[in-house]
Design a protein around this ligand. Structure first.
Ligand code: AGV
Ligand code: CA
Length: 311
């Protein structure tokens, strides 16, 4: 059965690869893309997205909308620069650009796409939830059209991945960028699959993975994966603040291959202000989500490698 998916990403390396991989999934019909300038700048993120659709979208026509959302807590500039590299890859610049952008902000594009759809749509958010929160605030009735939300965000571990002044380090970045947006989404009855740091920790970028792709670079799609993951630092001796995991790619893979991961229901709330803002906490009175807490590492890498070969 077809899965209708709307992707909202924020222009990181693994966001752009998520778009690339979604375009290779036979069972997925991608019904729209929103680009949020969170872990990237809007220019390179939107151009890279449009070029990926042109080059690797098998001729599909997909609408791209630009977000007008802005941070509560902005991402570090060094990370936001990554999309400039991807956008400049020769493989994305061999031909003239065809895919355009729609003339409305991403949150309104999301509302209109949901309203116009005959089918329920799965929302795949691999950056902050701001556009979804704004869409829900304006038009709460869109929940009827949402099959579920699959979100890369949050963490129930003691240590999150935010290392910023005036913060205690317990939050995950996508939640920290706009904590109130998380609270707004939590306050609906949309079913949520939460791909939090518990599972993404198990799929770090390593030099062995890079080598495995290097050996298969005769496939254009694998060459593209290898180039993308040359831009960001791997897990080498120990974890640093910049160590790259396949956060969004794992989240995206759960759509095409749900059996890769283990889930359990947890109830949670989110802290929206102060030194722990963006932290998701277990709370017996909180809202239920399906927490993705484990992944089959080898099957995951096999799956995405095989998908990339189809490009
Ligand atoms: O917190 C993970 C989210 C994912 O959506 N992003 C990166 C992924 O796209 C933020 C982030 C956390 N640590 C990072 C991040 C790092 N070391 N480099 C770049 N982005
Ligand atoms: Ca992201």
């Amino acid at each position: 059965m077809k899965k209708y998916v709307y992707l909202n990403h924020d222009g990181g390396v693994d966001d752009l690869i998520s778009l690339f991989l979604l375009l290779q999934m036979d069972e997925v019909e991608l019904v729209g893309v929103g680009v949020t300038p969170a872990d990237s700048y809007l220019e390179p993120a939107q151009y890279a997205s449009r070029k990926i659709i042109d080059r690797f979208g098998h001729g599909k026509k997909i609408e791209v909308a630009l977000s007008s959302s802005r941070p509560v807590n902005p991402f570090p500039k060094e990370w936001r620069m990554h999309a400039f590299h991807v956008d400049a890859f020769p493989v994305l610049n061999e031909f003239d650009l065809k895919t355009g952008v729609v003339n409305k902000p991403a949150h309104l594009h999301l509302v209109e796409t949901l309203k116009a759809s005959k089918h329920k749509i799965t929302l795949l958010f691999v950056g902050p939830l701001t556009d979804l929160a704004r869409a829900l605030y304006l038009t709460p009735e869109i929940v009827e059209k949402i099959e579920k939300l699959v979100w890369m965000g949050g963490s129930f571990l003691e240590k999150g991945n935010v290392e910023e002044p005036e913060h205690d380090g317990t939050a995950e970045w996508n939640a920290f960028w706009d904590p109130k947006a998380v609270a707004i989404v939590w306050n609906t009855n949309i079913p949520i699959d939460l791909v939090a740091l518990e599972s993404t920790k198990k799929v770090p970028l390593t030099n062995d993975i890079r080598k495995m792709w290097a050996k298969q670079r005769q496939y254009l799609g694998i060459e593209f994966l290898g180039q993308c993951y040359a831009v960001v630092p791997p897990l080498e001796h120990f974890e640093t603040n910049s160590t790259y995991y396949l956060w969004d790619v794992l989240t995206t893979a759960t759509i095409g291959y749900p059996e890769l991961v283990k889930k359990m229901e947890v109830k949670s709330t989110v802290i929206t202000s102060g030194q722990s803002q963006g932290r998701t906490e277990l709370n017996p009175n909180g809202r239920p989500v399906q927490l993705v807490y484990d992944v089959n590492h080898d099957e995951f890498f096999d799956y995405i490698t095989n998908l990339a070969k189809k490009a």
